[in-house]
Design a protein around this ligand. Structure first.
Ligand code: GAP
Length: 449
């Protein structure tokens, strides 16, 4: 991403939301029925973006490490899990209603707890009620006591309930981690800010089990690692910070949490929390299930309950941050048949970009479709490609800029003689003539960074 001035924060939000709809990143869910309460569907381009965010996380947290293994646990879960974890009792937000305009708010998110932000009334709130955020449903044909199940509000508990299974099957020993990516559900009182806070979202979480006396060191380690991950994938330093929670902000299981925060258009807000969960969860599940959830260190001849450091990120929220950080508008000269003026470009890191390459035959004529098809067939096994053969080439470049595609490959009539193509760089708009036979070698070092 360049250092060009970004659009004003107030505009940036609307611009990104509009682009998401216009270019197929994110659609309001059930739109043909008028939309459905802050739920969203990821379109043809958004699904690639989200997948790339998750793949980049998995690569960094699992693939490139020898001490972390993966898991994919069930979403439906029995009340016993949430009883033990403390979520049935503690996973609540304070809810207030304005007696004048009847709007509902989370008390802890109000700027002034005495003033209604919607109608401006003073002292118009009801007494705060603790509202449990978990979604409850029923398993089987009979609704009622005994059939109740919950949709998980965090993926984390699957890692704790499988601690023994993983320890016995993976030959890992502390310090080691279990990582999971998947959907979580929270009945948020005030969803909003597009996909920032939704009732259905995806998390990327890792529980790192360590000897108790090593937990401070690993907490620092994971705070630094996780901050670096966002930065390495192109989010500028000025838009990232680490913020330690005050005592009164801590979750019921945490003795220390730091958030990786991103500078959203409305200010600093959370992308990820890194928490020191101590041995709270393993001890709770051991007590409630009767299973021994501990590690026997043969060398030292001692048995202990590992402590847990947990980096917990939101995949959907992070995808939104990558969109906001990548968005730029810049004055450009005329390019191809396109108009010179302001171009919108998403300067995604290549690993995050939905499409890596767009293959663009200059015309739809059959002489060009043949070589264009060959180029596409050469690239597709390696990279997600878009293929577009209609409209003036300048307009097609602009479209790819708005999708954040790092490279466009144009097949023109000279290609028939020189067996070469034009490779256009999204960021510099520079064009190189590259032999088709050397195309992969040209792109690989530029995309696989
Ligand atoms: N296991 C710990 C845990 O769930 P959290 O801070 O509640 O911690 C972790 O959630 C991350 O999940 C958050 O930093 C955020 O990125 C994402 N997240 C949480 N609630 C969300 C929501 N309603 N919508 C979108 N993302 C959410």
């Amino acid at each position: 991403m360049s250092d060009a001035p970004a659009p004003a924060p107030s505009d940036l939000f609307d611009k990104v939301v509009n682009l998401c709809k216009r270019r197929g990143f994110v659609f309001p869910s059930a739109e043909i029925y008028g939309g459905f309460r802050s739920t969203y569907d990821y379109g043809p381009v958004g699904v690639l973006l989200l997948r790339n965010v998750k793949d980049a996380w998995w690569r960094s947290m699992v693939q490139l490490r020898h001490d972390v293994v993966g898991l994919d646990a069930a979403i439906l879960s029995p009340p016993a899990i949430w009883e033990a974890s403390g979520h049935l009792k503690n996973f609540t937000d304070p809810l207030v209603d304005c007696k004048v305009c009847h709007e509902r708010f989370r008390l802890d998110k109000l700027d002034d707890p005495d003033v209604c932000p919607k109608c401006g009334s003073k002292h118009s709130f009801t007494e705060a009620r603790q509202f449990n955020l978990m979604f409850k449903t029923y398993a089987g044909p009979i609704e009622g006591a005994g059939a109740e199940v919950y949709l998980r509000p965090e993926t984390a508990q699957g890692m704790f309930t499988n601690f023994k299974n993983v320890l016995e099957t993976s030959r890992k020993r502390p310090p080691f981690g279990i990582a999971q990516i998947g959907k979580s559900f929270r009945n948020e009182i005030t969803p909003g800010n597009f996909v920032f806070r939704t009732r259905e979202f995806e998390q990327m979480e890792m529980e790192y089990f360590v000897p108790p006396d090593e937990s401070p060191r690993w907490y620092e380690y994971w705070c630094a690692q996780r901050l670096a991950w966002y930065h390495d994938l192109g989010i500028p330093e000025r838009m990232l910070r680490l913020r330690a929670h005050d005592e009164d902000e801590l979750s019921h299981y945490s003795v220390g949490t730091s958030d990786v925060e991103f500078l959203f258009p409305w200010g600093w807000d959370e992308l990820e929390g890194i928490a020191n969960r101590t041995d709270y969860d393993l001890r709770q599940h051991a007590a409630h299930s009767g299973e021994r959830l501990e590690y026997f260190d043969q060398a030292a001849g001692e048995r202990y309950v590992p402590h847990v450091i947990e980096p917990a990120a939101g995949a959907t929220r992070t995808a939104m941050a990558f969109l906001m950080a990548a968005y730029e508008e810049e004055e450009v000269a005329r390019e191809g048949q396109g108009q010179g003026d302001v171009r919108t470009v998403l300067r995604f890191h290549p690993r995050i970009a939905p499409y890596k390459v767009a293959v663009l035959p200059l015309s739809k004529k059959p002489e060009l479709s043949g070589p264009a098809g060959e180029v596409l067939a050469q690239l597709q096994p390696h990279y997600m490609c878009d293929y577009d053969e209609t409209q003036a080439i300048g307009r097609r470049y602009r479209r790819q800029d708005e999708l954040g595609t790092p490279f466009c490959v144009t097949i023109d009539f000279d290609t028939l003689d020189d067996h070469a193509v034009t490779v256009r760089d999204r960021d510099t708009m520079a064009q190189d003539r590259v032999p088709i036979a050397g195309l992969l070698d040209h792109l690989r070092p530029r995309l696989e960074i």
